[in-house]
Design a protein around this ligand. Structure first.
Ligand code: PMV
Length: 325
């Protein structure tokens, strides 16, 4: 009983920040994202009567904690599949984890698809998205293909993500500038709990429905400038909530801010590029395919940019034939 899945991370254009249900990870608002073709997790899961205990290795590190989120998720899947065999899990990211590049989204999407298949469950996309969401909210958006919308719902069965446009709908690019490999100081899960302590949180929720409608329209029309302007403002709005929560969350490094200012200056000079950022120091630069070379060149000239990762819109999580063991 063995299966392997590959899953992309995703970048949210309209962000998920705040939950109405902590345990089920039901968000306060909907979000819209794009799967990223070059931020990938590959995971093999095997259930066997021969295993005496669960073994989980992620990027070469053995997970020792029994209450780990991976083991909790395996328990969930074992319960659904009505099996009690122990599991062997081997997982690899092709990018640095815990620096704000959403390795939990790709990681838990790959684990959900591989473990449910290995457990003999044949789940549909909606069921996989729901299951991935319980493990890590944004992972539900890495299950469907291309450009994706997560409808917040109010219950377990109504909170899941669907594809709104296929990957080849629009040839925009997400260029990740890795600023540092330092792990972030506050986990996203802990940070999310503070969202409602910001005086700006309610205001954000009042306008979010309109933003979701508008961004879908901009993607549909392929209106890059309106889309980019909204993406950049949205990232800053989410960070305004983080900065003003209690205690305050500052996820940026000085270089993060430096790069934001440079991107704004490049825009003034006529280069159409926008940024977005999650809970970490690394920045996602969004541009059209025709500008990849120029953006890449400008980033390469910056000493503090340690790595550049170019992503196109990708398919969702899928089963593959090549196992990791
Ligand atoms: O799914 P989580 O708990 O890793 O939260 C993701 C939160 C953000 O990345 C900041 C925003 C988003 O919608 O991806």
């Amino acid at each position: 009983m063995k299966a392997t899945a590959i899953a992309p991370s995703n970048i949210a254009f309209i962000k998920y920040w705040g939950k109405i249900d902590e345990n089920l990870r039901i968000p306060t608002n909907g979000s819209i994202s794009m799967n990223l073709s070059n931020l990938l997790t590959t995971t093999t899961v095997e259930f066997s009567k021969d295993f005496e205990k669960d073994s989980v290795i992620i990027d070469g590190n053995t997970i020792k904690n029994e209450t780990n989120r991976v083991i909790t998720h395996l328990d969930r899947i074992r319960k659904m599949a009505q099996i009690n065999m122990k599991a062997r899990v081997l997982s690899k990211n092709n990018f640095p984890s815990s620096t704000g590049l959403s390795s939990s989204a790709s990681g838990f999407a790959a684990l959900t698809v591989a473990a449910s298949k290995a457990g003999g469950l044949n789940l549909k996309e909606k069921e996989l998205s729901i299951l991935a969401r319980i493990a890590s909210g944004s992972a539900c958006r890495s299950i469907p293909s291309g450009f994706v919308e997560w409808s917040p719902g109010t219950t377990n069965d109504t909170s899941y993500a669907v594809s709104i446009f296929p990957p080849d709908w629009w040839n925009i690019v997400d260029i990740v500038a890795v600023i540092s490999n330092n792990k972030k100081e506050y986990s996203t899960s802990d940070g999310q709990k503070l969202a409602s302590s910001s005086p700006f949180f309610d205001l954000r929720l009042q306008n979010i429905g309109k933003k979701l409608r508008e961004i879908k329209e901009f993607i549909k029309q392929k209106n890059f400038i309106k889309f980019g302007e909204m993406v950049e403002k949205e990232a800053l709005e989410m960070h305004a909530v983080m900065l003003t929560s209690n205690p305050s969350l500052i996820y940026w490094q000085p270089e993060t801010l430096r790069l934001m200012k440079l991107i704004q200056a490049w825009k003034e000079e006529g280069l159409s590029v926008y940024f977005t950022i999650n809970t970490g120091q690394d920045i996602h630069l969004i541009c059209e395919e025709k500008n990849i070379k120029e953006v890449k060149k400008r980033l390469s000239d910056l000493q503090f940019v340690r790595k550049i990762i170019i992503n196109k819109p990708d398919q969702g999580a899928r089963i593959i034939g090549d196992h990791l063991f």
